[in-house]
Design a protein around this ligand. Structure first.
Ligand SMILES: [Zn+2]
Length: 187
């Protein structure tokens, strides 16, 4: 699974790779087919925190065209851990391409919290958009957080909503040097 997208000098979507539709449809992204060309980052990134980080990454890449930045992050499905690698490259005209592909997949018991968002309570659980940990008495792996909250039962009852942000670790790592090599996700 791989997907690519490009942003112009104002961080507006200027193009996507040929695999875009398949990727979006396989990841609950029906609203992104056809791709929303001309839309800003906030249309793709699920929180303002993450937008700030992506703006910084795109800006960092433009300052050194031709020198790609490699980032790793998690993009899990309910029954699969997925480690993704994104390569971010700027051309001389400030257009930035992000090419993202799955580096590793690990099947796991399904985590209901990450399933269909139907029938949720008004409670909110914050999830880091980089490492997929959730905040439950500190930031913990989603399975551990769900275990603490009793959300791994076969019939867990109504589930809380998930909102996205960025955890302290990931923010520190990204802002201390955007030029990250694989290793962001120390597990
Ligand atoms: Zn994180």
């Amino acid at each position: 699974m791989a997907v690519s997208w490009r942003f112009d000098g104002d961080d507006l979507l200027s193009g996507v790779g040929a695999e875009w539709d398949d990727f979006a449809l396989a990841n609950d992204g029906d609203a992104c087919v056809p791709p929303p060309i001309g839309q800003g980052l906030i249309g793709f990134v699920s929180s303002a925190d993450l937008c700030v980080v992506w703006h910084a990454i795109l800006g960092h890449t433009r300052r050194d065209p031709g020198r790609p930045v490699t980032l790793t992050y998690r993009c899990d499905a309910p029954a699969e851990r997925r480690l993704m690698t994104a390569t971010v490259t700027s051309d001389a005209h400030a257009e930035v391409e992000i090419f993202s592909s799955v580096t590793r997949r690990e099947p796991r018991a399904e985590v209901p919290l990450l399933g269909s968002p139907a029938a949720r309570t008004t409670d909110m659980i914050r999830m880091c958009g980089w490492c997929s940990r959730i905040r439950v008495d500190g930031w913990v792996d989603v399975e551990e957080g769900c275990r603490r909250l009793g959300l791994l039962e076969l019939e867990p009852g109504p589930l809380p909503r998930v909102t996205h942000g960025i955890c302290d670790n990931c923010r520190d790592t990204l802002t201390s040097g955007i030029d990250l090599e694989p290793g962001l996700l120390s597990r």
